[in-house]
Design a protein around this ligand. Structure first.
Ligand code: HEC
Length: 130
């Protein structure tokens, strides 16, 4: 490709410099759109950030202010992960967890579909320390 040809991309004349940038960014966007697994992973991370991080912390270790106050378990601890099977976690997160006195510990999650909750549980399984 000579300079005259490369200066026109999609009918829009662009400077030679931004052409280099485009040739990196465009294929990346295409790859993102064409990789459903990746796009999905991003969505789940958003759900996690929106619904869970305030208590569990970005890393799931529960080191947040709320986490310390409530004595939230470290989700990356294999022992904590082993406490409940996926279907039990589903119920606990969906319906919430109360203490023996009936005080809410983990509130029932809102605005998350069952499919999203299943994906969130899969995500939680990935943050366990190996
Ligand atoms: C209001 C704070 C709060 C929020 C928000 C919250 N949790 Fe929890 N979570 C807790 C507490 C407290 C516990 C410990 C419950 C217990 O005593 O077993 C817990 C426990 C857990 C456990 C371990 C199993 C258990 O019941 O002990 C998992 C897994 C979990 N949460 C996932 C999530 C996910 C996923 C979200 C977001 C959809 C979320 N949590 C949102 C407070 C919260």
């Amino acid at each position: 490709m000579n300079a005259a040809e490369s200066a026109i991309v999609c009918g829009i004349p662009v400077a030679q410099k931004s052409m280099n940038l485009r040739s990196i960014i465009l294929p990346s966007i295409v790859a993102l759109v064409l990789t459903p697994g990746l796009a999905r992973a991003l969505d789940i991370k958003t759900l996690w950030t929106k619904n869970c991080v305030q208590c569990h912390g970005e890393d799931g270790k529960g080191g947040t202010k709320m986490g310390k106050k409530l004595g939230i378990p470290n989700l990356t601890d294999p022992k904590v992960q082993a406490l409940y099977a996926d279907d039990e976690l589903f119920k606990r997160i969906k319906e919430g967890v109360n203490d023996a006195d009936g005080n809410v510990r983990m509130k029932a999650v809102e605005g998350v579909t069952d499919a999203e909750l299943k994906a969130l549980i899969k995500y939680v399984r990935t943050i366990v320390a190996k």
